[in-house]
Design a protein around this ligand. Structure first.
Ligand SMILES: [Zn+2]
Length: 125
C-alpha cells in the first residue's frame, strides 16, 4: 500500500490525486489513532518532552492493535492513504510515528507499506 502524510490544511491537494485522508488529530480524528488532548496541550506548553509524548502515543497505538483492531484493518484494506495532522512540515509530528507503527502492523499481515512522504503542491501519482 502507498502511504502519504499531509498537513490537514492542505487536504484539498488529495482530491485531484484521489487519495483518501485519515484524520489522526486529537481534535477531530479517529480517537483510537489520535493522541489525547491533555498530552497535546502538555507538549505544546513544553510540560512534556517529545520523546515522552511519542512513548505514550506508541502505547496507545499498540492498545488500538489489541482492542480496536478493526481500525487498523480498515487502514490496511486501503491501497492508498494519506494520514493527516495540523503540524507544519519539517516539525516533530505524530503522523510520522503513526506511519512507523503502520509499517509494523502491516508487516504482521504481510502487507508492504510504501511510504512516499508529505503531500505538497508538487506531489504526483
Ligand atoms: Zn502533528
Amino acid at each position: 500500500m502507498d502511504v502519504y502524510t499531509i498537513q490537514l490544511a492542505k487536504h484539498r491537494l488529495c482530491v485531484p490525486l484521489e487519495i483518501p485522508i485519515i484524520d489522526i488529530t486529537a481534535k477531530s480524528g479517529i480517537p483510537q489513532f489520535a493522541p489525547t488532548m491533555p498530552d497535546v496541550v502538555a507538549l505544546k506548553q513544553g510540560k512534556m518532552e517529545w520523546d515522552a509524548y511519542v512513548d505514550i502515543y506508541i502505547k496507545k497505538l499498540r492498545n488500538t492493535w489489541m482492542y480496536h483492531r478493526h481500525q487498523w484493518d480498515m487502514v490496511l484494506s486501503m491501497p492508498c492513504v494519506a494520514v493527516a495532522c495540523y503540524c507544519s512540515y519539517g516539525k516533530n509530528c505524530h503522523r510520522y510515528v503513526w506511519v512507523d507503527v503502520l509499517k509494523k502492523v502491516a508487516s504482521a499481515r504481510g502487507i508492504a507499506v510504501n511510504y512516499i512522504g508529505d503531500i505538497t503542491e508538487e506531489t504526483k501519482r
